[in-house]
Design a protein. Structure first.
Lengths: 375, 216
């Protein structure tokens, strides 16, 4: 079979197209899906590309079904994925809770839109709570929050390997802006970057007699007693906690000597980064921190950074969903957390720049202190 | 009258806007039509007022007119349906890729108007249209196409060779398809470096970027 991408190639694409190409490059065998804006073109491009490379697609009747069929594909040993947004993500939570319970390596791409409910079809960061902690479970999942088309490509490829290596449902959390954004990126055959696919294997229908030739595969989402469930959940918790150090990812800049840290994730972190660079140029002691994994969060480094600053400005296109995760991670520390919440609206570098300027100028001994720092 | 069609994100809107403004600068009366029936409220909406201030007439939805529409499904602006009957030049930005191109027949006069040219905008840096065969296949999927525009670029990372490489591929595809290459378009600074004609002799249209302030 012809490889979808030979070597490396500089291209110009929308985020949704990038996801379809990345899934091909990652060796995804089948996508299950139901259309919803702003992720539709992932399906459109996948259905155009898949037949050329011997891959498959099933359009289901809704997102519940898309989630459960993705589970079916995975249990059959296929690298399977789905993509959704907004109300579709809500419906997806029931199958994803099942995947969490059974530790199934499903991969889900989320392109956040405005909420609650049908909201807008355009953009927000309001699916953070849902994607990290949705369902009637404990949030034993891995969530990568991307910020560019290059990262969409890199992390969709990575998501398949993370899912199959650690056997937890894995999400790539984009948003409507990234979905529709056009920008240059390098697409590549993962092999040329030394990335080999973690092999998929069937959960069901393995050779041999269960209990005789091999341990029986007990893939259950229903338990009879509280104690039984407790054992299972505690086992999941231990397994999840054990992988945290290997899985967490973050990006930081200008944290040295910073008195205020701008924390953001996803596409907003692009604005945060350029605001922090401009603020630093203008002499403000401001740092930039961005968790790439929202679940699990890089708690250890976040706490370390938080201890070094007086204030943290949390910028997000939601009304505190990311901030809630940050507060939990920083519980017990003395740092002040200041919100910049714009639910369903984009955040520009200027928004962050001026807010930080106000905070620093408004702070006790603010300007003098800063001048001293930079003398 | 020109309708700009092409792959999703190939630069249709940017080319349509720039072409319309080029004609306005020549003192012509120009109407720019946003014919995106799938995502009808986004493409030119944030730019409408700015473009009108340059003397263009813009047929696109305004925010107040679509308040409460939500996800309305496909929707044709009634004024757009009759756009080909308007006085002066008409430039149509046909949104949403190959699916969008099939909507062109909703315009009154699409089959009969002798002045209408359907132009496919090609960015050969998009992986779906990166070889001659892919471009030919793509253009054939669009239905009626009367000419091609080479709009090969890598956004902010475009260089002259990127554009010239596109010119060669698009020229070869056009030869196979039996239609002309109408122009090569490139950002002003790149266009200046290329000169008035590209390596294949196509006229070069300098582009000023508007879409970063547009939607989708």
């Amino acid at each position: 079979m012809e490889k979808p991408i030979e070597g490396e190639k500089k291209v110009f694409m929308t985020g949704n197209e990038v996801v379809a190409w990345a899934a091909l490059a990652a060796g995804a065998e089948i996508m299950y899906g139901y259309p919803i804006t702003p992720q539709n073109e992932i399906m459109h491009y996948w259905t155009r590309l898949a037949p050329k490379y011997g891959r498959m697609f099933l359009q289901t009747e809704d997102e519940l079904s898309a989630g459960f069929t993705t589970i079916g594909g995975v249990m059959g040993g296929r690298r399977a994925f789905t993509a959704t947004a907004g109300p579709g993500n809500v419906l997806m939570q029931e199958p994803m809770a099942m995947a969490e319970m059974m530790r199934l390596p499903v991969v889900v791409i989320i392109m956040q839109r405005g909420g609650p409910s049908t909201g807008t079809v355009i953009y927000s960061q309001q699916e953070v709570t849902l994607t990290t902690l949705g369902g009637n479970g404990e949030g034993f999942r891995i969530v990568y929050s991307t910020a560019s088309n290059q990262e969409l490509f890199d992390y969709v490829i990575k998501a398949f390997n993370t899912a199959w290596k650690y056997r937890f449902p894995t999400f790539v959390l984009g948003d409507g802006y990234q979905a529709k954004m056009r920008e240059p990126l390098v697409i590549y055959d993962p092999e040329v970057r030394g990335i080999s696919p973690v092999p998929a294997e069937p959960f069901l229908g393995k050779p041999g007699v269960p209990g005789v030739d091999r341990p029986p595969g007990h893939y259950r989402n229903t338990y009879n007693t509280e104690e039984e469930l407790y054992e299972v959940i505690m086992g999941l918790a231990r397994a999840y906690e054990a992988i945290i150090p290997e899985v967490v990812e973050f990006e930081e800049e200008a944290v040295e000597g910073a008195q205020l840290l701008v924390m953001s994730h996803g596409v907003v972190s692009r604005a945060a980064k350029s605001a922090v660079r401009a603020l630093r140029r203008d002499g403000y002691p401001v740092g930039y921190f961005r968790p790439i994994t929202l679940r699990p969060l890089p708690v250890e480094v976040m706490r370390r950074r938080a201890k070094e600053v007086r204030q943290i400005l949390v910028a997000e296109s939601a009304y505190g969903q990311f901030a809630r995760l940050v507060k939990e991670a920083l519980y017990g520390l003395q740092v002040e957390i200041v919100p910049l919440f714009r639910p369903g609206l984009g955040i520009n570098p200027e928004d962050i720049y001026s807010r930080v300027q106000e905070l620093i100028k408004g702070g006790e001994k603010g300007a003098g202190h800063i001048a001293a720092t930079h003398a | 009258m020109e309708a700009y069609v092409g792959e999703y994100g190939s630069g249709k809107s940017e080319n349509a806007i720039n072409r319309a403004l080029m004609l306005v600068r020549e003192g012509r009366r120009v109407t720019l039509v946003d014919l995106d029936v799938v995502e009808p409220f986004w493409t030119l909406r944030p730019l409408k007022q700015e473009l009108e201030s340059y003397g263009l007439e813009v047929l696109a939805w305004e925010r107040a007119a679509v308040e409460g529409f939500g996800e309305v499904g496909t929707l044709l602006n009634p004024a757009a349906r009759w756009a080909l009957k308007r006085e002066g030049d008409v430039i149509i930005d046909v949104g949403y890729g190959a699916g969008g191109a099939r909507m062109l027949n909703l315009l009154e006069g699409f089959d009969t108007d002798p002045d209408l040219k359907v132009l496919a905008v090609i960015n050969a840096a998009k992986p779906m249209t990166s070889t001659v065969e892919e471009i030919v296949e793509h253009v054939r999927s669009l239905g009626r196409v009367d000419g091609l525009i080479n709009n090969t670029h890598l956004g902010s990372e475009t260089d002259v060779e990127t554009v010239q490489r596109g010119a060669r591929l698009v020229a070869e595809a056009a030869r196979i398809l039996g239609i002309p290459v109408v122009a090569t378009s490139a950002l002003e600074e790149i266009a200046r470096l290329i000169g008035p004609r590209d390596c294949m002799g196509h006229p070069v249209r300098p582009l000023k970027r508007f879409m970063p302030r547009g939607f989708w």
